[in-house]
Design a protein around this ligand. Structure first.
Ligand SMILES: *Cc1c(COP(=O)(O)O)cnc(C)c1O
Length: 340
């Protein structure tokens, strides 16, 4: 293993030794290639650069206390990439090829999987782009699927804690029948302005309502939302939300813990009735929310007065992390041992 100060790593890019690539040409995917170069040489008229033919995924590899390296639910990421491929007219990558490439790139870079004690992990970034040159707006005929990895530091440097959010009313991340449910870079470009404004105003992140009516909860930045009340886990239903694998897993865990689960439209005002609230995604698992401000109405929805996460959020967080690290029994078969 590399001798690095893992806990000091940020969420930047730290170089590793290899990435894996696969090209789609003449209607077929080619051989899996192992590369040491972390640059791409692509045509300046590639469709990914002009018309947003770009899909990505994000998952992690964990060095576990038993010495093994595990990856969490990669079949789910593979399936979601396929859905994104249909969404923006790209050829799909088979689940088997996706998994083979994830395993390969993690094994090749296993020295960069941080220690368990550091709280850091190896972030895995699959990326699919249209590369054939074209000025007319049409799907590309050639594609590159590439997976790189980079170690990332622990999400909660000062410990698991709650953060403030602000409702965005002058900017939408995604439209009801747009690409919000697909993991494409364009959605992130659309969120940058609101995110930057939220930071300027002193909030951790922006909070989106549905684009059409501005009545219902959509997403918290680039994470799914959940609220807890009366032993029930409640998460929004909307056509513009990205289906989070972390959320899907927390829903199952909540059921395992004997909680009820509701997935339905959530009116903004209902925020007042939640005992706990959080944002969820691969990066943090759960990022508890301390309060959400609606600057237009002057209303503050508070979930944690002292910045401490609630009991249910903490239990779900610990529960999922323990499965990812092979500490708790993986009764749903979510993890794959990639290095014994
Ligand atoms: C990736 C992503 C998430 C989180 O999904 P996970 O599979 O849990 O990591 C949530 N919202 C958006 C917009 C995303 O891009």
């Amino acid at each position: 293993m590399k001798d690095l100060d893992w806990a000091a790593l940020s969420f930047g890019y730290f170089p590793t030794d290899y990435n894996v690539r696969c090209y789609y040409r003449n209607g077929n995917w080619g051989e899996i290639e192992v590369c040491t170069d972390d640059h791409l040489n692509i045509h300046m008229a590639a469709t990914c650069l002009h018309y947003g033919q770009e899909a990505f995924e994000g998952l992690k590899a964990y060095r576990c206390p038993d010495g093994k390296i595990r990856v969490f639910r990669m079949d789910e990421n593979a399936a979601r990439l396929q859905s994104t491929c249909h969404g923006i007219m790209m050829p799909e990558v088979s689940i088997e090829r996706f998994k083979e490439m994830v395993c390969k790139v993690v094994r090749l870079n296993q020295a960069y999987v941080p220690t368990y004690e550091s709280g850091a992990t190896l972030y895995i970034r699959p990326l699919l782009i249209g590369i054939s040159p074209q000025v007319g707006v049409r799907p590309a005929s050639e594609y590159l699927f590439i997976i790189f990895v980079t170690p990332v530091g622990p999400y909660f440097k000062g410990g698991f804690s709650a953060n403030p959010y602000v409702i965005t009313r002058d900017c939408d991340r995604a439209a009801p029948l747009g690409t919000g449910c697909f993991k494409v870079g364009g959605n992130y470009a659309a969120s940058l302005r609101a995110n930057s404004k939220a930071h300027e105003q002193g909030y951790t992140c922006e909070f989106y309502l549905d684009a059409k009516e501005k009545k219902y909860i959509d997403e918290c930045g680039a994470a799914n939302f959940f609220g807890i009340k009366n032993n029930t886990y409640i998460t929004p239903e909307s056509s513009s939300i990205l289906p989070s694998i972390t959320n899907k897993s927390l829903i199952q865990l909540a059921r395992d813990f004997g909680m009820n689960v509701e997935r339905r439209p959530i009116k903004v005002e209902e925020l007042d009735t939640f005992d706990e609230a959080g944002a969820c995604g691969t990066a943090a698992v759960i990022s508890p929310i301390s309060y959400i401000d609606d600057l237009e109405t002057g209303k503050r929805y508070t979930f944690s007065k002292d910045g401490k996460p609630g009991h249910v959020s903490t239990r779900l967080y610990r529960g999922l992390l323990d499965i990812q690290y092979g500490i708790a029994e993986d009764c749903h078969g979510w993890t794959s041992v990639v290095v014994e």
